[in-house]
Design a protein around this ligand. Structure first.
Ligand code: MN
Length: 228
């Protein structure tokens, strides 16, 4: 290799290293929030929640909330998702919708488990104390889920030592400073049509009924015990 060619090749190499570093820096800035894999297979909740719904719900809907949130927060000081939710009244509707969407779905996947379970321990005792019985709780929660007009969520919320049920529109949740009913979400149910339409079409009540079979009560119980 002649000297001139060597210099050109070396400079070219350095330029691509520098370019690579700046691409990495940009990627780092715009990927503050990430989409975690589901903690089970897409078909693991069959027959109650079907594989295709789970694939689209996680891979398209949740992924879009993450991408939109990253785009909307690009170039701003990085805040935790919880911090965003607690101050959402001061932020843009895009951050409210997609920040809520990302948090709600990240937790929703953990609140589901193949085979389901039953509430136990302190949470089971508190449900009986605050709603009369587990069946009465299910009835009231089901009403919040089916009664929510349009898109939204139903929640079991811990307010200090008391449990309450509420629903929120769109991707709002009880951690947001704008929520009518605030508190720690112990359990949440997505009642957007995208969560059930492929299998249940307009029959939201059937979806809610089926969902009880795949609720992860261990996860709910953990949140109830560890949250203040
Ligand atoms: Mn959803």
């Amino acid at each position: 290799m002649k000297r001139r060619e060597f210099v050109a090749a070396t400079l070219g190499g350095m330029a691509s290293i520098v370019a690579g570093a700046s691409v990495q820096a940009q990627e780092k800035a715009v990927t503050a929030f990430t989409l975690a894999n589901l903690p089970y297979a897409f078909n693991a909740l069959e027959p109650y929640i079907d594989k295709m719904t789970m694939e689209i719900h996680h891979g398209k809907h949740h992924a879009a909330y993450v991408n939109n949130l990253n785009n909307a927060t690009k170039g701003t000081e990085t805040k935790s998702l919880e911090d965003i939710l607690a101050n959402v009244s001061k932020l843009s509707p895009t951050i409210r919708n997609n920040g809520g969407g990302h948090w709600n779905h990240s937790e929703f996947w953990k609140w589901l488990t193949p085979g389901g379970s039953q509430p136990t321990g302190e949470l089971a005792a508190s449900i009986t104390r605050d709603f009369g019985s587990f069946d009465k709780f299910k009835e009231q929660f089901g009403q919040a889920a089916t009664g929510r007009f349009g898109s939204g969520w139903a929640w079991l919320i811990k307010q200090h030592d008391k449990l309450v049920i509420a629903s929120t529109p769109n991707q709002d949740n009880p951690l947001m400073d704008i929520a009518d009913v605030k508190g720690i979400p112990v359990l949440g149910l997505d009642v957007w049509e995208h969560a059930y339409y492929l299998k249940y079409q307009n029959r939201r009540a059937d979806y809610v009924q089926a969902w009880w079979n795949v609720v992860n009560w261990d996860e709910a119980g953990k949140r109830f015990v560890t949250s203040k």
